[in-house]
Write a new protein. Structure first.
Length: 198
């Protein structure tokens, strides 16, 4: 709740001074006032009604609110090394790094149960899906492959992850493949096939 010396009204039409007067009757402590950091948001809900303020200034937290602090800083996450079949059916190992941040604290709080876990699961799911679309190596010079078209594949991966994470209020900054190799059981045979004939 924004404490303002002016008699301005908030978005619901209530005078902030009147609201804080009720709050002082419930509990009056100087330690209750806080200035929110620019790199985080506190989502507060009273009886499951979400309240969110973006205006600068001091806040007085209502003791009846349930609060959850959400960081808006950029984070990175590296997927596990996944074993999947590429477009040609060859087993490959693939992993990626995803740079993301919370863009909408309301959606991150109320649309998903645990937004951090949601990012993990959906990123790995998108990576599995992407690996089946392209072959490990291109058969023709114009073909897109996982190994030879890194920029195109990275952009496609970012788009696919973003489509899955929008519901959670998460913004994907970057997504790139960090590990790509044939699975150990076929790696030796595939390397021999790539060698030029004598």
């Amino acid at each position: 709740m924004l404490i303002s010396p002016k008699g301005s009204e908030d978005k619901r039409g209530a005078d902030p001074r009147r609201l804080t007067a009720h709050g002082h009757c419930l509990r009056h402590e100087a330690g209750q006032l806080h200035r929110p950091a620019k790199s985080s948001r506190r989502s507060a809900a009273v009886w499951r009604i979400y309240r969110h303020r973006e205006e600068p200034g001091l806040r007085w937290p209502n003791p009846l609110d349930s609060k959850k602090k959400i960081s808006l800083r950029a984070r990175n996450f590296e997927t596990n090394c996944l074993k999947v079949n590429d477009h040609d059916g060859n087993p490959i190992e693939i992993a990626a790094v995803v740079v993301w941040r919370v863009a909408d604290s309301a959606e991150a709080t109320f649309q998903v149960d645990d937004y951090s876990n949601y990012v993990t699961v959906q990123s790995e799911s998108a990576l599995r899906s992407l690996a089946t679309v392209y072959a490990y190596d291109a058969h023709e010079p114009t073909d897109i492959s996982l190994r030879g078209s890194t920029d195109v594949v990275a952009e496609r991966l970012k788009t696919e992850i973003q489509a899955r994470l929008t519901v959670a209020g998460v913004d994907v900054t970057e997504a790139r493949i960090t590990h790509l190799a044939y699975a150990p059981e076929i790696a030796a045979a595939m390397l021999q096939r790539q060698q030029p004939a004598p």
